[in-house]
Design a protein around this ligand. Structure first.
Ligand code: NAP
Length: 366
């Protein structure tokens, strides 16, 4: 049977450590977990079974293994130290017999996005970022459809547009919409991306280093590597859709608390073919996985045991190729979730109604 492994790591330290070690999660506070994570060895989490390709009927199995560092730790520690720990975790995957290894969340963001890690390991490596792009853009398109926002006339924004995932998402959305804001922190990188996109894009492309321009956008895809939220309630216009691909999240929990006229969806959740059991609760309902996990699984189902997505320069071609491959094996865009809860049709109706009222009030005050 073909095999894969996927590296996860604690994102919300207390919650995630409790999922594997309830006692440690209870007695240590967040700062202590952050500190001790530096000395913790890689952790075997679980065996994953029941994945079956819709195209070939073949079953595969895999393993979750954990790199103990939190995102904060991965950003603070020297790159060398972080690479070493991820490579050590990768060696555990090799011992288990994995034929391909996926890098989850921040283990794929650090440094050169998997290149050094792949060079040091025998097992082929992928970050999962190509399929993350495809799923994020598809989710935003689908959310626009259910919210009755026609793509052709829409203003969209990509936050973290100069990042590995952000750039290709921007490239794809530039073909769909009327106007596209690219938001980032580095003016020169934004200018370079705008000039590249301008050549092929159907959309008017505008760059900004300010979150305030989000008030112009109806459709927002956010994918920064910030370790704290960057999008707050006052940034958003009524009726807008925000697809949050970042882990940790980019959208403040305050948005869900005080803006019932906005649809925030988690980007990157897919249904896995077969009757998958992860034997570990990573926060999704049964049968669903992150797109980056799905990329690793789809490559294993396809028998493509090679380094697939590595480095900060992703391509649209790869994103589309893995999209086709995943679809063939039976991965599907999942229903929407927002802040770890399912989004119901009723909630979508409520958001639309509240947005309409908010716009009326805004018009009166103008
Ligand atoms: N949901 C999934 O399945 C999935 C899969 C893979 C990755 N991810 C998540 O996707 C995110 C991005 O990954 P990536 O590989 O594209 O990272 P990346 O290449 O490092 O790009 C990150 C982008 O975020 C910007 N940024 C960083 N900190 C910021 C801040 N405080 N305010 C505003 N912008 C900021 C960076 O700007 P500069 O260019 O100025 O540095 C850059 O444009 C991460 O959160 C990762 O965990 C999710």
């Amino acid at each position: 049977m073909d095999t894969f492994a996927f590296i996860i790591h604690p994102i919300d330290p207390k919650r995630d450590v409790s999922r594997k070690f309830p006692l440690l999660g209870r007695v240590l506070n967040e700062k202590q977990i952050d500190f001790f994570s530096t000395f913790f060895p890689p952790v075997y989490i679980s065996e994953i079974e029941g994945i079956r390709s819709e195209a070939t009927g073949r079953e595969i199995k895999g393993w979750f293994i954990a790199c103990p560092y939190t995102p904060k730790r991965m950003m603070e520690l020297p790159e060398r130290t972080v690479y070493r720990k991820i490579i050590q975790t990768g060696r555990l995957a090799e011992k288990l017999g994995a034929q391909i290894l996926g890098l989850g969340a921040f283990t794929s963001v650090v440094g050169d996005a998997g290149v050094t890690i792949a060079n040091a390991l025998d097992v082929p490596v992928t970050t999962g970022d190509s399929y993350t792009v495809t799923v994020a853009v598809d989710a935003l398109r689908e959310a626009a459809r259910v919210m009755d926002i026609p793509l052709r006339g829409a203003t969209a924004a990509v936050v973290g547009a100069t990042g590995a995932i952000g750039q290709v998402c921007a490239e794809m959305l530039a073909d769909d919409v009327e106007r596209l804001y690219l938001i980032g922190r580095r003016q020169d990188a934004l200018e370079e991306l705008r000039d590249r996109l301008k050549v092929q894009a159907g959309a008017e492309v505008i760059i900004s280093t300010k979150m305030d321009v989000l008030a112009e956008a109806q459709l927002i895809l956010t994918v920064t590597s910030a370790i704290h939220d960057v999008i707050r309630p006052e940034h958003l216009q009524p009726g807008s859709v925000v697809c949050d691909v970042a882990r940790p999240r980019d959208v403040s929990a305050m948005v869900a608390a005080v803006r019932d006229d906005i649809l925030v969806i988690d980007g990157g959740m897919v249904d896995v073919p077969g009757t998958v059991d992860f034997h570990f609760n990573f926060g999704f309902p049964p049968g669903k996985a992150y797109a980056c996990m799905a990329e690793t699984i789809a490559l294993a189902l396809e028998g493509r045991f090679e380094d697939y997505t590595l480095g900060k320069h992703l391509t649209r071609e790869r994103a589309e190729e893995i999209g086709r491959m995943a679809k063939k094996h039976g991965f599907r865009l999942s229903g929407f979730r927002s802040f770890e809860r399912e989004v119901t049709q009723e909630q979508i109706e409520t958001v639309r109604r509240n947005a309409k009222n908010a716009r009326k009030i805004q018009a009166v005050h103008k």
